[in-house]
Design a protein around this ligand. Structure first.
Ligand code: NAD
Length: 487
């Protein structure tokens, strides 16, 4: 059945670049369409920055850096707390823009994206006050201590799937530590970054401290990576672009943090609470329409429970409400762009070719938007590409296992290592398996438990560096040693 989406939707005016505290068009006058993924219609346009616009933004951030660095941490903290308060004060508006831009259910934007962004600014406001060096003992007469210092101008490059949260996880610690920022959001979903530029200024972030340049990765992103005025690169996105970005930044000896792709395994042991496990498994693969770097698309189920689990999924998954993101009952919205849905369809085609059994879904949903049925595929052959590669859509593959060792081996049998999870009632097993999984974050008996206090990040091809927690500040600070002779 075709899916029709009805208005009203929020109106969004054309976006400009936010540089040195003001709005300006791209120098070359180029614009990009912003498309509502639920209708396929362009809702507005934003400026497409050129290399020369990037240069202007970096120059503004350079000029603003010394004063922001020397602003007392207490003042920076107060401003960041104000950012948090303003996000919550404008929560409905921000949620609506994020929903329109990405196709996320409005209920998800209100419950997760907006409050998480606010919490992140509040958390790093607190950490701004605790960034301290240490005094060290040395075996000669000297006063020896370390200082934590900001790096300078940070290029913050973010992906399409959680625009508001992932910009906050970079901007909040970078600003708390006294850096200035040039932020390039993803070309498909730039709207909340522009709203945040306005809101950061309103909160008292001085001009030039945060600059937002919308535009293509291959033009604006590339210009940022190579710009000599950029001191460090904080990148979140795909492993393939991340590899390129790290190589380019490496050529210029710029420090980088890399938050890249994922393909998490979710293990259901035979002793798991099955109702809890089913809920977590569904959440893990449909949350944000599966466009979640920490999604759990690879389900591993103890063989004794394998067929029963597939039967439960076969009944439950077709009942998940897919539809208009602005409908409060919607759980799964459209994919953010047609090319992402086409990629999902291609993997399902490969799965069928490889002899996979489609237990639920398997088809696009006709209509103007980029909707796809949540899909469950079992019985794929060992080594299947559909299991190994990051699909980044609402697709779950299911494999059986016989022993704990085999479950861990299958879970770790991918080049990625961002997240992993397991369902068990055995506490010893929970700790034992959590320790053996190659992942930056492990969840037991639930999925996607996230908080600004808990670090996440990758191992293997999922990247390096950590976002959230005090650990994130490592990507935005350097340590200086000072020794003063007392002789
Ligand atoms: P992407 O790699 O296509 O784009 C990410 C960003 O890089 C965008 O802003 C894009 O414009 C920019 N970019 C593209 N080419 C560039 C270039 N040559 N130089 C500089 N910048 C360039 O990723 P995407 O499709 O937007 O996002 C999905 C991917 O992001 C998935 O692989 C997902 O797993 C990953 N992701 C990772 C995390 C994490 O925390 N590890 C979080 C969210 C998403």
């Amino acid at each position: 059945m075709a899916l029709t989406v009805t208005d009203p939707r929020p109106e969004v005016g054309p976006g400009q670049l936010f540089v040195a505290g003001g709005w300006r068009p791209a120098g070359g006058g180029d614009r990009l369409d912003v498309v509502d993924p639920a209708t396929g219609r362009a809702v507005t346009t934003v400026a497409a920055a050129s290399a020369s616009d990037v240069h202007t933004a970096v120059a503004a951030a350079r000029i603003a850096f010394p004063e922001w660095r020397d602003t007392p941490a207490r003042v920076r903290a107060r401003i960041l707390r104000q950012v948090s308060a303003l996000i919550m004060a404008r929560a409905d508006e921000i949620a609506a823009v994020e929903s329109l831009d990405v196709g996320k259910p409005i209920t998800l934007c209100r419950a997760v994206d907006v409050p998480t962004a606010a919490d992140t600014y509040e958390y790093y406001a607190a950490l701004a006050l605790t960034m301290e060096g240490t005094q060290r003992g040395v075996p000669f007469p000297a006063h020896a201590y370390t200082r934590k210092e900001p790096l300078g101008v940070i290029a913050a490059i973010t992906p399409f799937n959680f625009p508001l949260i992932l910009s906050s996880t970079k901007l909040a610690p970078a600003l708390a530590a006294g850096n200035t920022v040039v932020h390039k959001p993803a070309e498909d979903t730039p709207l909340s970054a522009l709203l945040m530029a306005e809101l950061l200024a309103e909160a008292g972030v001085p001009e030039g401290v945060v600059n937002v340049i919308t535009g293509l990765g291959s033009v604006a992103g590339e210009a940022l990576l190579t710009h000599p005025g950029v001191d460090a690169v904080a990148f979140t996105g795909s492993t393939s672009v991340g590899r390129h970005a790290a190589a380019v930044a490496g050529e210029h000896l710029k420090p980088v943090s890399m938050e890249l792709g994922g393909n998490a395994a979710h293990i259901v042991f035979d002793d798991a609470d099955m109702d809890q496990a089913v809920d977590a498994v569904i959440k893990a693969f449909v949350f944000n329409t599966g466009q979640f770097c920490m999604a759990g698309p690879r389900l591993l189920v103890a063989r004794s429970r394998y067929e029963a689990f597939l039967e439960i999924l076969g009944h439950a998954v077709p009942g998940i409400p897919v539809g208009d993101p602005f409908d409060e009952t919607t759980v799964v919205g459209p994919m953010a762009a047609e090319r992402h849905r086409a990629k999902v369809e291609e993997y399902i085609r490969i799965a069928r070719e490889e002899g996979g059994r489609v237990v639920a879904g398997g088809e696009r949903i006709p209509g103007d938007g980029y909707f796809h049925q949540p899909t469950v595929i079992a019985d794929l052959p060992p080594g299947s590409r559909v299991v190994r590669e990051e699909i980044f859509g609402p697709v779950l593959t299911v494999q059986p296992f016989d022993t704990e060792d085999e479950a861990v081996e299958l879970a770790n049998g991918t080049s990625y290592g961002l997240a992993a999870g397991l369902q068990t009632r055995d506490v010893a097993r929970a700790h034992r398996v959590a320790a053996r999984l190659d992942a930056g974050i492990v969840w037991v008996n639930d999925w996607a438990m996230l908080d600004p206090a808990m670090p996440f990040g990758g191992v293997k091809q999922s990247g390096f560096g950590r976002e959230n927690g005090p650990e994130a500040l490592d990507s935005y600070t350097r340590t200086k040693s000072v020794l003063i002779s007392l002789a």
